[in-house]
Design a protein around this ligand. Structure first.
Ligand code: FES
Length: 154
């Protein structure tokens, strides 16, 4: 299976020591942006751990993703400072713009993944929105929608 060839290649640089689980997960995620069920199974075989055990360890770490992510990640802050300055309206407007259904975080075309974040630690810039690694402060609904349109083409 093509999906597993990449994982197998990664595994050749590790010993079958369970202490290698986290570095293996990190390298595997770096390859595709998320940990697929096939990757988890392959890693489990290699280390002699069940997929369920891998999920329960990995889910402690916010860095690991188990679903395919969009090309761009939009994070809208919902912390107190951002909330009182319109963070909720920005989030809802972006959700509508991306046509996300309740519970859906990635667009059907895998162009965007939308996340709500508790606080970026940049409260002076509230409301804050982050796209990929760029922080956009003093956000408004109309600016947020313009940014979504800009990134759609990137
Ligand atoms: S509450 Fe939004 S950056 Fe702190």
């Amino acid at each position: 299976m093509t999906a597993n060839i990449g994982i197998r290649k990664i595994l050749t640089s590790f010993t079958r020591d369970r202490a290698n689980l986290i570095p293996i997960l990190q390298k595997s995620q770096a390859q595709k942006g998320y940990l697929s069920p096939e990757a988890i199974t392959e890693i489990g075989h290699f280390l002699g751990i069940t997929p369920n055990d891998i999920y329960s360890v990995a889910s402690f770490y916010a860095q690991f993703r188990f679903e395919r992510q969009g090309k761009h990640t939009i994070k809208v802050c919902q912390g107190t400072a951002c909330h009182v300055r319109g963070g909720q309206q920005i989030l809802e407007a972006v959700e509508r713009e991306l046509r996300l259904k309740p519970g859906q975080s990635t667009t059907a075309d895998y162009q965007f993944t939308l996340e709500r974040v508790a606080c970026f630690g940049a409260c002076a810039l509230a409301p804050v929105m982050v796209i990929d690694d760029t922080v956009y402060g003093l956000m408004t609904v109309s600016r947020a929608l313009k940014l979504v349109a800009e990134y759609r083409g990137k």
